[in-house]
Ligand binder design. Structure first.
Ligand SMILES: *Cc1c(COP(=O)(O)O)cnc(C)c1O
Length: 395
């Protein structure tokens, strides 16, 4: 079939909830993807910050094949080997205590919300607890996660959402304080806002939130689904801020393409929240997903991914700053590590993304006017140069 025929078939049978770019991707190698016509693309999107290791990492692929030959699924009624190891790795990397594996990011957020409500319920028996979330945030598409997503366009058609959610301004501690009541059980935010347009939290904001939460016994939930797993040069972005959440969510790069997420609790929260019967999942943490998580952690260590991200970040920032200086279409650059955004003016981001696609570069948008760069974490200076050259052409 031709590329057009695949696209036509997909449009005929797949529910149209996405405006897809006109390309059918077939295989990947390293930091490149190939379409069904054999055209090569330099990938600075990584399947939306997922494929951190690059494609066709042999050890990762082999680990999955080995696990497929052993067992793919057993359910959570029994213990399995990969899950025990994966939970340990996640706990050690985060310095937190208890892990619940999910199949996606949005489910990790659901779990975090349930843990926070249960924690508060055990304290006072109330059933009207509140959660403070941030404007311009993104936490997922299921109803709980959508309820804490500060984007009215995403929310409006699906109301009523879950109750007791109050919104504050990201990076504005006073605006959060203004929303605190006796019923507040949690504050949830992304350490670096992703979909909203790549906004890193200010250190003073995050530290202030931690103090506020400690004073009032409010749980601090950090959503690390996009910015975690090494993207900022730390396992989790909050580790670069000197604060620690009570609950953390992760997904995206956690399985590098195998659908898996998790919410992770500290001891205090784990001891006084979810117990058998409170929460469950048929697939969550299944042996195949957890074999992927283990292979990801093993490869990060073997390849020195965190060190590499720290090393290459200044180079990427320098090249992007150069681009911003040269091009009238770029108003600013912001970001952290390999999660960078260019604010575009004078053109739509969609235009730039399409032009880059034609030139063999995959990039994506964030917010209304931000070009988002979330490449595999194994990119080299040469890849950064190639990306910059293509973007220079487009901008
Ligand atoms: C992608 C994302 C989610 C949702 O994850 P899904 O796997 O798409 O459900 C939640 N929070 C953040 C910060 C994300 O970037």
């Amino acid at each position: 079939m031709s590329m057009q025929e695949y696209m036509d078939k997909a449009e005929q049978y797949v529910l149209r909830t996405y405006n897809r770019f006109p390309v059918v991707l077939e295989r990947g190698e390293g930091v490149h993807l190939y379409d069904t016509d054999g055209k090569r693309y330099l990938d600075f999107a990584a399947g939306i910050a997922v494929f951190a290791l690059g494609y066709k990492n042999e050890a990762y692929n082999q680990a999955l094949k080995d696990q497929i030959d052993k067992v793919i699924h057993t359910s959570n009624l029994y213990y399995n080997v990969p899950m025990a190891r994966a939970a340990e790795k996640l706990a050690v990397a985060s310095g937190m205590d208890k892990v619940f594996f999910t199949n996606s990011g949005t489910e990790a957020v659901e779990g975090a919300i349930k843990a926070a409500r249960k924690y508060a319920w055990l304290k006072d028996g109330g059933t009207d607890h509140e959660i403070i979330a941030m404007k311009n945030s993104f936490h997922g598409r299921s109803l709980g996660a959508l309820s804490v997503t500060g984007n009215t366009h995403y929310q409006e058609p699906f109301k009523p959402l879950i109750g007791g959610i109050r919104f504050a301004d990201f990076n504005n501690l006073e605006s959060v304080k203004a929303q605190v009541t006796d019923k507040t059980c949690a504050v949830i935010l992304e350490t670096v806002q992703g979909e909203g347009g790549i906004y890193p939290a200010d250190p003073a904001f995050l530290q202030g939130l931690r103090e506020l939460c400690d004073e009032r016994d409010i749980l601090l939930i950090l959503d690390e689904i996009q910015c975690g797993m090494g993207r900022t040069g730390e396992w989790f972005a909050w580790q670069g801020y000197g604060v620690k959440p009570d609950v953390m969510t992760t997904a995206k790069a956690l399985g590098c393409g195998v659908p898996v997420g998790a919410f992770v609790l500290n001891e205090k929260t784990a001891k006084a929240s979810l117990v058998p019967g409170d929460h469950g999942t048929t697939y969550g943490g299944n042996p195949l997903a957890c074999a992927a998580v283990n292979a990801v952690f093993d490869q990060y260590e073997k390849l020195g991914v965190l060190e590499h991200v720290r090393k290459i970040t200044p180079y990427l920032e320098k090249r992007l700053d150069g681009l911003a200086e040269k091009s009238d279409y770029v108003a600013a650059r912001r970001g952290k590590g390999l999660m960078q955004g260019l604010v575009i003016r004078g053109k739509t981001v969609g235009q730039v993304v399409n032009e880059a696609l034609a030139e063999g570069l995959l990039v994506i948008s964030a917010g209304s006017d931000v070009l988002r760069l979330v490449p595999p974490l194994v990119i080299t200076e040469k890849d950064v140069d190639e990306m910059t050259e293509i973007l220079e052409k487009c901008l």
